[in-house]
Design a protein around this ligand. Structure first.
Ligand code: PXG
Length: 288
């Protein structure tokens, strides 16, 4: 596998960054996770826009145009002969001296890894996921906006580790007010009485690209989708619940904290959204 770092494609074993990179020293950087389906990069423009916004929010000036970054992403897929896969795009503050201030960092670094994807087992889509509510709260937007896809994922990582130790692969995270924000790497939706509901961004959810596609599908299907505060109670009494994310796509949730959601099987609407999502990825995207 070849990895792109600052203008060069390197063998994966040689793809290394400096120990003085502020991305490593301080988590000072931003990233994106993108999918490649059938030779098409899905929602590339949306991912690049989010990367630009994340960078802007942390006062990191990207010295590359959107087209240049798009070319790096596509070339990384081509060089590795991929037609399906997962692309990790990372921008760090770059090399600097010890000390928090990025003033010593003269130029940001850009890394692009395009690799095969290890998919969630089909069983999760057929039978649904069992998740738990994490006692770890999602970041307060006044501390660090959860809208920034930054290299500071410890909050979510800790929730993920604790869930994993209990035998779960995802965990629901509440915000510091106790409202549902999202999962550690996925947005959350419920379906109730003909309507979809998902936490608003102000509840501390990342502006998920898959979430956006699900909102488009809801509009196409004429299903109203309400973005408002949801409580754990709303999830527990929902007819259906599903998660969305670049890796997970649309994945049903059938149990939360040992309590059955809906019928305990993936709901009809969830199954429809997954099918619609998969038909979209087969038709849309930026060709390599
Ligand atoms: N919330 C959070 C906190 C995320 O990090 C999503 C929601 C879903 O957003 P998208 O745009 O993917 O629909 C994410 C993104 C991984 C991995 O390696 C996945 C994400 C983040 C970091 C790593 O599986 N999901």
């Amino acid at each position: 596998m070849k990895v792109y770092i600052d203008g060069q494609f390197l063998d994966s074993g040689d793809a290394k960054i400096s120990v003085f990179d502020h991305g490593l020293l301080y988590g000072d950087g931003v990233f994106e996770g993108i999918r490649l389906y059938q030779g098409c990069v899905f929602k590339l423009d949306e991912h690049l826009e989010r990367l630009e916004y994340s960078a802007k929010a942390i006062l990191l000036d990207l010295p590359w145009s959107r087209q240049e970054i798009s070319d790096i992403v596509c070339e990384s897929c081509r060089v590795n002969g991929l037609t399906v896969g997962y692309i990790r795009l990372v921008v760090t503050r770059g090399i600097g001296s010890l000390g928090l201030s990025p003033k010593s960092c003269s130029k940001p670094s850009i890394i692009c890894i395009a690799d095969h994807l290890s998919l969630y087992p089909a069983e999760y889509y057929e039978n649904g996921l069992k998740i738990i509510t994490s006692p770890i709260r999602r970041m307060n937007p006044a501390a660090l906006s959860p809208g920034i896809k930054s290299l500071n994922y410890l909050n979510n990582i800790l929730a993920k580790i604790e869930a994993d130790r209990l035998g779960y692969i995802e965990a629901l995270m509440l915000n510091d007010q106790g409202y549902v924000s999202e999962c550690t790497g996925d947005n959350v939706f419920i379906f109730q009485k003909g309507k979809l509901f998902t936490p608003a961004f102000y509840a501390g959810a990342l502006k998920g690209i898959t979430r956006g596609v699900v909102l488009d599908i809801a509009e196409e299907l004429g299903i109203p989708c309400i973005q408002e505060n949801l409580t754990r109670y709303d999830i527990l009494v929902a007819e259906e619940c599903f998660l969305t994310g670049t890796a997970a796509e649309v994945i049903p949730v059938v149990e939360v904290d040992g309590r059955t959601i809906g019928t305990g099987k993936p709901g009809e609407t969830t199954v429809k959204f997954l099918a619609e999502f998969r038909s979209k990825v087969a038709k849309e995207g930026t060709f390599l």
